[in-house]
Design a protein around this ligand. Structure first.
Ligand code: PEP
Ligand code: MN
Length: 337
């Protein structure tokens, strides 16, 4: 249920209403926008009668929400959420690019790629330390040592770091990671979602390989329900019957997610395509569809990459992409961060 308050509602009346609702065991999510002041109720609202709420002098309108997601729901929070990571903002008209290798491979590799992508305009550095690989025999990442190398690259470049967590037990290792990624394969690892929900740091949540958008937003809701409302949604391609690409980029997810939720939406064209030449057109499509950012894999030597070389751009290809994306983002009313 959402309660739309009257403009300039009397604060004492608002407080009295809040207190009564809280006494009924409901938690209240308050959103004060420029246009609307909203109280979103989370919990079992069946016992709350609309006419009783409307009787409060502070209330303009009451609406029942049919969707199972509440805190992530656009109806609870009509304005776009803006998430800040260091000096970078994502959402609400701010556009940012996350770039870096699939995996951290060596001190030289991560520092070189970090410097290159920064020069081209990326504002956040990605790099996998703990890798979710389909085969147990494939490179599993440098693990804790990879995190250390990311920190070192951050020191050298000043770029905030983005890396994937796979296990709740690893949370202490991720204490100073700037943006924690929950990967596609863990989108419904509910214990992990709850655990990152108890942290006070932004989370990049990737859509599961066969997740519906409602399931995706419900996973964001898991994180938010624990108190962490700094969630960025990332569409990274889904499984379809098509086999000519690694996945199928669901570009329709951008406008639909933005209608469903106030959270920022980022596109990862690299994992969607699986092929480097497709990354640029998909990135352009993402900008045109209204995405708030991109996540792109870049490697100094893609042919020798330990993971996902086929979809990785060289630094020069990344620079060429950024030269197109910058003006396009501006054309679509976004500020490059
Ligand atoms: C990644 O970004 O490194 C990754 C493994 O992506 P996904 O979870 O989307 O497969
Ligand atoms: Mn990858």
């Amino acid at each position: 249920m959402i309660i739309i308050l009257k403009q300039h509602a009397d604060q004492a009346a608002v407080n009295a209403l809040r207190a009564e609702l809280e006494a009924m065991g409901l938690s209240i999510h308050e959103s004060m926008g420029e246009q609307e002041h909203i109280l979103g109720l989370v919990g079992d609202t069946k016992a709350v009668s609309e006419s009783w709420v409307l009787a409060s002098p502070a209330v303009e309108q009451v609406r029942r929400i049919s969707e199972p997601y509440k805190k992530a729901n656009r109806k609870f929070h009509p304005a776009d959420t803006v998430i800040q990571i260091g000096a970078t903002k994502i959402g609400g008209g701010n556009f940012a690019v996350i770039a870096g290798p699939c995996s951290v491979e060596s001190p030289d590799q991560i520092c070189l790629v970090a410097e290159e992508v920064k020069k081209s305009g990326a504002s956040l550095l990605r790099g996998g330390a703990f890798k979710p690989r389909t085969s147990p025999y494939a490179f599993q990442g440098m693990r804790a040592e990879g995190l250390e190398l990311l920190r070192h690259a951050r020191e050298k470049t000043g770029m905030p770091i983005v890396t994937e967590i796979m296990n709740t037990e690893h949370i202490p290792l991720f204490e100073d990671v700037d943006l924690i990624q929950v990967g596609a394969r863990n989108m419904q690892n509910f214990e992990l979602l709850r655990a990152v929900g108890r942290l006070n740091k932004p989370v990049l949540l990737k859509r599961g390989l066969s997740a519906t958008l409602e399931e995706f937003v419900m996973s964001a809701e898991y994180i938010m329900a624990e108190g962490n409302e700094q969630v960025i949604l990332c569409e990274r391609g889904i499984r379809t019957f098509e086999t000519s690409m690694r996945n199928t980029l669901d570009i329709s997810a951008v406008p639909m997610l933005k209608r469903m939720s106030h959270l920022p939406v980022v596109i990862d064209p690299s994992h969607a395509a699986g092929i480097n030449w497709m990354v640029e057109p998909l990135a352009q499509a993402a900008v045109a569809a209204g995405a708030d950012g991109l996540m792109i894999e870049v490697h100094n030597d893609p042919a020798r990459a330990k993971c996902d070389g086929a979809q990785s751009l060289t630094p020069a290809q990344f620079q060429a992409l950024m030269e197109k994306i910058g003006p396009e983002a501006a054309f679509f009313g976004k500020t490059m961060n």
